[in-house]
Design a protein around this ligand. Structure first.
Ligand SMILES: [Zn+2]
Length: 558
């Protein structure tokens, strides 16, 4: 018996190598091997190969391991090339950017003369009386003086012209446009905006913040054909750069066009669309219900945050500051609303379960947003009153709503249930030293755009002064408090190119390499950190960190 058993086990042992060889390889669609696979996980682990089946990653490992395990319909020898997760642009105006691809782009106009030449060229293309619109101008590279209507009148006397500043917060228009809008000496600036005037009280052609709408509303909506064309151009651009997800500030209405593209299998980025924070809660809920009725695949198209504005921008001096700008005594910017009103709106929307994303540039605006978010914690307090005995096996202790008035002394022991809505502050550009810690304590995401720092560095220091500048564009400091910092581009304010974002984050230099050593170099990140901010951290900001943002088995193979 024993002899037989030994014989049997010997046969088995001899067969084993053959069994391994005979093991059927798992069939998959794609194998990338012999590369440098940066997983973007917490440890910044680097691997060699990735196995993909359909939309998902099924394995990450060495080339040898994965080749032994899988039989792929398509194999690609990476020859040592780098693989990263697809980039996730956490703050982009994708559709506005798409349309801007059809209009005049002044982003690369280095002088006022160049900007005027571009307008003059467009005048030749269009009929007299037809609107000319565009964006991207930045007077701070032209000597820091706002241009005027006269500059445009000289090249476009017969066409109304509407040109939005690079930051989207100021419009530069000509006399024809002002005339069509009925803006004259007697027109009052709308609330939250300003019609800039000269010494004689005449409008100069510069319309700040909400005043842009006086002219902007006259411009005809783009046709369906133009919208489709623009979106196709933007999607091409995103594909070229390896951008696979966008968190988009285009508004609910845009989801209709995205859905058309999705159904035609043309939507080549995953879209998290934002709703408008200003809309009433009823309207926001109506949109959610309507959106749900279409049954879109949420990994391709979904609604996430409500986007609101607390202030304007530094470039236009409309950012809300705790103290006046260092180069403009007496001007502390323009908050869009009173702190109490902002707080009320935040609490109301938070209670309904919405994630909120607030644009805040100035240190006052950031504080107003933090104060508002802080108020939500108290509005949603729930307490568990622990029984004096240990809970029975399987017994679930239900939270009881906070009794009002709060019993005094409060019942002990009490647990507060923390539930993060992952509220976000967009830009978090100038933050008071006392407020960094509050981002961490309140679980607020700091959604930042490194390219803003290298665009603004020319004048930011004189505008903010030597102390405040230390809390500006401070992504390293923010991360040192363990705050989640997703990266975005704010396209079309900046280029959508993610490599420019990574470059700015690690070098703190502009594309010309200035300044040597980097501007405020203590804020540099490593390239590994920067990639993770533009992939995993971005995914976290849209509640998708279990789906994408790392190269890991089970994740989407973006
Ligand atoms: Zn933006």
């Amino acid at each position: 018996m024993l002899k037989n058993l030994l014989k049997f086990s010997l046969i088995l042992t001899l067969c084993l190598p053959n069994l391994v060889v005979a093991q059927v390889k798992q069939k998959i669609s794609l194998l990338l091997y012999n590369g440098k696979v940066f997983t973007a996980n917490k440890k910044f682990a680097i691997s060699e190969a990735v196995a993909v089946d359909g939309e998902r990653i099924v394995g990450v490992g060495t080339s040898q391991e994965l080749k032994a395990k899988y039989q792929a319909a398509k194999e690609i020898d990476l020859k040592g090339k780098l693989v990263t997760p697809g980039f996730n642009d956490a703050h982009v105006h994708f559709f506005r950017g798409a349309l801007s691809l059809l209009n005049i782009s002044l982003n690369d106009a280095k002088t006022l003369k160049e900007a005027k030449a571009k307008v003059a060229a467009k005048v030749k293309e269009v009929k007299a009386g037809e609107w000319i619109s565009g964006r991207g101008w930045d007077h701070t590279v032209w000597g820091n003086k706002f241009p005027t209507k006269a500059d445009l009148d000289a090249v476009a006397p017969n066409n109304p012209v509407y040109l939005i500043r690079v930051d989207g917060h100021v419009a530069w228009v000509n006399s024809k446009a002002l005339q069509l809008a009925g803006v004259d000496k007697n027109t009052k600036s709308p609330e939250g905006g300003e019609i800039e005037r000269d010494a004689a009280g005449e409008a100069t052609g510069i319309l700040k913040e909400t005043a842009q709408g006086l002219v902007g509303r006259l411009i005809a909506e783009p046709s369906q054909a133009q919208r489709v064309k623009g979106l196709e151009l933007a999607l091409d651009m995103a594909r070229k750069y390896g951008i696979t997800s966008v968190q988009d500030n285009s508004g609910y209405e845009t989801t209709k066009l995205y859905r058309e593209f999705l159904r035609a299998d043309k939507l080549t980025v995953r879209v998290s669309e934002w709703q408008n924070f200003e809309d009433t809660v009823d309207e926001l809920k109506r949109q959610r219900a309507e959106f749900a009725s279409f049954g879109d695949n949420p990994s391709r198209l979904k609604l996430t945050a409500l986007k609101g504005y607390v202030d304007g921008t530094l470039g236009s001096k409309t950012a809300a500051m705790l103290a006046p700008f260092s180069d403009d005594a007496g001007n502390s910017g323009i908050p869009r609303r009173l702190p109490e009103e902002l707080k009320r709106m935040i609490v109301e929307r938070d209670k309904e379960g919405f994630q909120i994303a607030l644009h805040a540039i100035g240190d006052k605006a950031n504080r107003m947003a933090l104060d508002g978010f802080s108020a939500t914690q108290y509005s949603r307090l729930e307490i568990i009153i622990m029984p004096s005995r240990p809970p029975n096996k399987g017994e679930v202790i239900k939270p009881t709503p906070l009794p009002t008035p709060l019993p005094n002394p409060s019942p002990n022991p009490v647990s507060i249930i923390p539930e993060s809505r992952r509220h976000r502050i967009e830009h978090a550009q100038v933050v008071n030293p006392n407020d960094f810690k509050r981002f961490a304590e309140l679980g607020i995401i700091a959604s930042m755009q490194p390219t803003h720092a290298i665009s603004d560095k020319r004048w930011a220091e004189s505008r903010l002064g030597e102390y405040r500048i230390l809390g500006a564009y401070a992504w390293h400091l923010m991360k040192s408090y363990d705050v989640h910092v997703p990266f975005g581009t704010d396209f079309p304010v900046e280029s959508i190119n993610p490599y420019q974002t990574l470059y700015a984050a690690v070098s703190r230099q502009d594309t010309a390499g200035d300044p040597i050593g980097g501007w405020q170099p203590q804020e540099k990140l490593t390239i590994e950190e920067a990639i993770r901010c533009h992939t995993f951290e971005s995914a976290y900001a849209e509640f998708s960190e279990n789906e994408k943002g790392e190269i890991k088995a089970g994740m989407l193979a973006d």
